[in-house]
Ligand binder design. Structure first.
Ligand SMILES: NC(=O)c1ccc[n+]([C@@H]2O[C@H](COP(=O)([O-])OP(=O)(O)OC[C@H]3O[C@@H](n4cnc5c(N)ncnc54)[C@H](OP(=O)(O)O)[C@@H]3O)[C@@H](O)[C@H]2O)c1
Length: 291
């Protein structure tokens, strides 16, 4: 028989876990949120009649407790449950934050629970349909028993598991933010420049999409350094100068980003040896000029 589980903080990630773990035979002991109204709504979404704003009422008998509240309150919520004797001896307590280590759950260890973190490398939105865990990577760390439980959960959800070091979580999470959130930021800047070039807002995505997906495919095949093309890889200072002038005139708020990314890109071009040291110097001077 699969273990029972409780979800404390049942928003985007909590609901996804609630639905898909039940589909895999895990028994949902109940859910809790901060407000009664959202608890009722979340309970309907995951299909349980056990909901509360007093977390310890639904965690007390659960084999696994997920604390899927916003990052800033995970430690306090865990301590509050521990104070109310809300963890059963031998329970596994997991949070899903990418930035924080499992040690923020240490208050649960006093009740004989083991603790871990289980971070799905996925962007969960309220509208997400289907099993959003399938095929993704879930990174885990923590006490050995918690890590082994998290491995089993990841495998049951159809995800691959990556074990990371507790101390390395900050840089791991920074990498995920750059890869996901800043990709969105980058595309937003590209879309705005495309609109300034006269392409209608509704068309910018389809115009740029083949370029974006082709670039991702090149990175997959040959890695970032060899995938680099464009004016910096060619050492084309004249084109870069024209870009700087054009952006300064029409979209000055993007210039800082363009120049900072350009400076980083010079390093890639040097690693690939497509430009000389003197060309790198020239480009660097151009991209460090006053904005
Ligand atoms: N969203 C993502 O794409 C994503 C991806 C990977 C990992 N994560 C991680 O997953 C965790 C949850 O994120 P989320 O996006 O699912 O959050 P969310 O949608 O904002 O949901 C947070 C839930 O926590 C509840 N809550 C807030 N404060 C609480 C408290 N003091 N006590 C009990 N419940 C409380 C909220 O209840 P009310 O609605 O009543 O306030 C809500 O149900 C975070 O650690 C996050 O870093 C998120």
């Amino acid at each position: 028989m699969k273990p029972s589980f409780a979800i404390v903080g049942c928003g985007r990630v909590g609901k996804a876990l609630g639905k898909h773990l039940q589909a895999e035979g895990y028994r949902l002991a109940g859910i809790s949120t901060q407000h009664m109204e959202s608890a009722g709504e979340a309970a309907r979404a995951v299909g349980t009649e056990n909901f509360t704003v007093y977390s310890w009422e639904i965690t007390r008998n659960a084999d696994i407790v997920f604390i899927t509240t916003p990052d800033g309150v995970i430690a306090d919520v865990c301590a509050q449950i521990a104070q109310h004797n809300g963890f059963k001896n031998g329970a596994v307590v997991l949070h899903c934050s990418g930035a924080h280590p499992s040690t923020i759950l240490s208050s649960a260890q006093g009740s004989g629970a083991t603790v871990g973190s289980m971070h799905p490398l996925q962007s969960f939105s309220a509208e997400a349909a289907g099993n959003t865990f399938k095929g993704i990577v879930i990174s885990v760390e923590g006490d050995p028993k918690a890590v082994s439980t998290a491995h089993q959960i990841a495998s049951d959800l159809g995800a691959d598991c990556l074990t990371i070091k507790t101390d390395n979580k900050v840089l791991y999470h920074a990498a995920a933010v750059v890869a996901c959130n800043y990709l969105v930021t980058l595309q937003d800047a590209a879309f705005k420049l495309m609109e300034e070039a006269g392409i209608s807002k509704k068309d910018v995505f389809s115009v740029l999409y083949p370029l974006i997906s082709g670039t991702l495919s090149n990175i997959e095949k040959v890695g970032t350094v060899k995938a680099l093309t464009g004016p910096i890889a060619r050492g084309d200072t004249e084109t870069i100068t024209r870009h700087i002038n054009g952006i300064r005139e029409k979209r000055p708020e993007i210039l800082n980003l363009y120049m900072t990314l350009g400076l980083y890109t010079i390093g890639l071009a040097r690693t690939c040896e497509t430009i000389s040291d003197s060309k790198a110097e020239e480009l660097s001077k151009l991209l460090k000029q006053e904005k």
